[in-house]
Design a protein around this ligand. Sequence first.
Ligand SMILES: *Cc1c(COP(=O)(O)O)cnc(C)c1O
Length: 229
Amino acid sequence: MNCAERYLEIKKTIPEGVTLLAVSKTWPKEDIMMLYNVGCRDFGENKVQEMTDKYNDLPKDIRWHQIGHLQTNKIKYIASWVYMIHSVDSLKLAAEINKQAAKNSCVVNCLLQLKVAEEETKFGFDISELKQLLADNAFANFSSIRICGIMGMATNTDNVDEIRKEFAEVKSLFDYIRANYGQTVGEEFSQISMGMSGDYPIAIECGSTIVRVGSTIFGQRDYSKHQPQ
Ligand SMILES: *Cc1c(COP(=O)(O)O)cnc(C)c1O
């Protein structure tokens, strides 16, 4: 099977209402076009330069999702065209995205990234920190970002119970925000981005609305061929 065939096989198993985001980082434009030609429009990248290069050369109806940690000084390169930033992991970053979006007279779709995994290295808000920010109405003045939901990454482990527990924490925070801050965040707060190649079926069971799948579609990434940013 090639990547387009694998994409279609996975797509068949994804319920209606859940977006299958094809994570194309490190893969060439030709592979993206193979998926595009069978109907895929949502692609995820984690490096600004690589995503910008692909955006410039590929069809303009592709929805580009920034899924990796974003440095504030790089936002300006993507603010006018990025479809959604999944990795808003600090108030400072949210403020800067808001500023760059305002400069471009656009509104940028954002997801707040939560830290639920055991690993120390994962970026994101702590659950208690995010609850406090919401209580303080900290995002209220950001009229050029649209907070569409939350994003989470589970620990990289074979322990299905642990993964399920972490996804359940994300879902539970999502429900908490809808219940307590529904008026503030509005109807647009509707997305839960969780689940990758190794755990997306569990994530869907736990309420995910966007699964970010890379290697199961494209194959194992070879970072040695990849130009670091
Ligand atoms: C690379 C990446 C993915 C996809 O990972 P796979 O295991 O290849 O599916 C998903 N989410 C984020 C944030 C990533 O960086």
